[in-house]
Design a protein around this ligand. Structure first.
Ligand code: CMP
Length: 148
């Protein structure tokens, strides 16, 4: 039995501006992932810098922050069997030019930076990334934790 995991997804400004947020969220649901938290927001520069802090020494950091703040994003927490790997499979590789048609980045991304979607890469990153955007009251509680 695969582990039930949680992962963070961001529909990036390029895909939101193109009206592709609904298509991307629907791919998650069709693949068996449940949206357990959802919001649309526009990142400030400080919020984008904080989210991508691990990349702060990389040459593309400044451009990445500019891109991620250029318009609204749609952020969700997804839950399901193998959610992290499943989301990454649905997205395709980071570089949209290498992503096959039928993947999110193949269908909606442009290049390695403007790549339509972000997904967590490991359980610990997922936990940190989900808590960066959602507090406990914004995340659907597991059914077993609800009062009878
Ligand atoms: P993401 O999965 O959100 O994680 C970091 C982001 O940095 C990545 O998607 C791309 O948008 C961007 N990125 C990664 N590598 C490069 C690169 N070589 N040049 C420009 N942008 C990059």
């Amino acid at each position: 039995m695969p582990d039930v995991e949680r992962t963070l997804s961001i529909v990036k400004p390029d895909a939101v501006a193109a009206g592709a947020a609904g298509d991307i969220l629907s791919r998650f649901e069709k693949a068996g992932l449940t949206i357990i938290a959802l919001k649309k927001m526009q990142l400030t520069q400080a919020q984008a810098q904080g989210f991508y802090a691990v990349h702060k020494e990389r040459p593309f950091f400044k451009d990445l922050v500019k891109f991620m703040t250029e318009g609204p994003i749609v952020v969700s927490a997804l839950e399901g069997p193998d959610a992290i790997a499943k989301n990454r499979e649905l997205m395709g590789p980071t570089d949209s030019t290498a992503a096959e048609a039928g993947t999110i980045r193949g269908d909606h991304g442009t290049d390695i930076e403007r790549n339509a979607a972000h997904g967590s890469d490991a359980p610990e990153t997922a936990r940190i990334e989900i808590s960066y955007f959602f507090n406990a009251t914004e995340i659907l509680a597991p059914v077993e934790a609800l009062p009878a």
